[in-house]
Ligand binder design. Structure first.
Ligand code: AMP
Ligand code: TRP
Length: 328
């Protein structure tokens, strides 16, 4: 059994990009491995945010994850800021993290570009992410493609720490990608992302799903109904791969390549399959009570913290700190 760790920001909305790129995998992995799934609120505050809504967005994300199929009997679901050891390990890892590597991170450059004043926390973001995973000595990290560079840096940080303080202490975590590792937004231009407003939410109603899917971008080669297309170049096909059974995917691909179907035909089939998957998720979310969610997160943090403390104790010892003031 591998130890699995992944995180998601409390954006307040779980969209089908998160779901197909990551969360759907998490639901599978909890049956085979020892899994921790974390709502990373400390990461979320590295960008402009509204303090008044952070707690609610965190609860909403927890509701989304549980409704999507994470089972607290099978995995640990918790909130990052509830386990202060994340922040401690973050600090201890900064001393082996090369500044140049942080400055080279694509996500940092993208986000920094959009800000007049760049907070140091944004630069440090990948160090905190490394702390998240290494704190539990996790080896498998199910994420979308956008996280690969952060994973590579995480391995570098682990290697450097090990080289200095204890060979073999931290494992080298590997990414675990899904087939839909990069879902584009409905505009077909850039990655689907809440901040870009190009998403379909896991909680959209059937009518909304169809309203959003109908005008969604497809393979640009299909200018008219008669032009054949290439499924691999079509974002709608990527979404089919997440929601439709293999026979349907094969059929849709054939109809696209031969122009047997128009894009609207293809989208109708997809909408039906999406609605079939998402309706039970939406209904489960509506039934989940706030009390139950609080209880799940509290229990999750206690379990995570017990593991985190063991690692931190060893890290402190190997780094040579004076013993005596450990958390009781
Ligand atoms: P975030 O919402 O940025 O915290 O992302 C949570 C998880 O969803 C990460 O593993 C991301 O890689 C994944 N993810 C986010 N957006 C997409 C997307 N458009 N396509 C595929 N995976 C995604
Ligand atoms: N940076 C990730 C994202 O935006 C979220 C994240 C934080 C994460 N810590 C993590 C993902 C640890 C995997 C493992 O999607």
């Amino acid at each position: 059994m591998a130890r699995v760790f992944s995180g998601i920001q409390p954006s307040g909305e779980l969209h089908i990009g998160n779901y197909l790129g990551a969360v759907q995998n998490w639901v599978q992995l909890q049956h085979q491995h020892d899994c921790l799934f974390c709502i990373v609120d400390l990461h979320a505050v590295t960008q402009a945010y509204e303090p008044a809504t952070l707690a609610q967005r965190t609860t909403d994300m927890a509701i989304g994850l549980l409704a999507a199929g994470l089972d607290p009997e099978r995995c640990i679901v918790f909130v990052q800021s509830h386990v202060p050891e994340h922040s401690e390990l973050n600090w201890l890892l900064t001393i082996v993290t090369p500044l140049g590597e942080l400055e080279r991170q694509t996500q940092f450059k993208d986000k920094a570009q959009r800000q007049a004043s760049v907070p140091a926390g944004l630069l440090n973001y990948p160090v905190l992410q490394a702390a998240d995973v290494l704190l539990y000595k996790a080896t498998l990290v199910p994420v979308g493609e956008d996280q690969l560079q952060h994973l590579e840096l995480m391995r570098e940080i682990a290697r450097r720490w090990n080289g200095r303080f204890g060979e073999g202490f931290f494992p080298q975590p590997q990414a675990h990608l899904s087939t839909a590792k990069r879902v584009l937004g409905l505009d077909g231009q850039v990655k689907m992302s809440k901040s870009l407003g190009n998403t379909i939410s896991l909680f959209d109603t059937p009518d909304t799903i169809w309203e959003k899917l109908r005008p969604a971008a497809t393979d640009p080669a299909r200018k008219t109904r008669k032009d054949p297309g290439t499924p691999q170049l079509c974002n709608v096909f990527t979404i089919h791969q997440g929601f439709s059974p293999p026979e349907t995917q094969a059929h849709v691909a054939r109809q696209c390549r031969t122009a047997g179907w128009g894009c609207l035909d293809c989208k109708r089939v997809l909408a039906d399959n999406m609605i079939a998957t998402l309706t039970p998720i939406r209904e489960r979310a509506q039934q989940l009570q706030a009390r139950r969610v609080t209880d799940v997160l509290r229990a999750g943090a206690a379990k995570a913290r017990a593991l985190a403390r063991q690692t931190i104790a060893e890290v402190r010892q190997r780094m040579g700190f004076l013993a005596g003031a450990e958390a009781s």
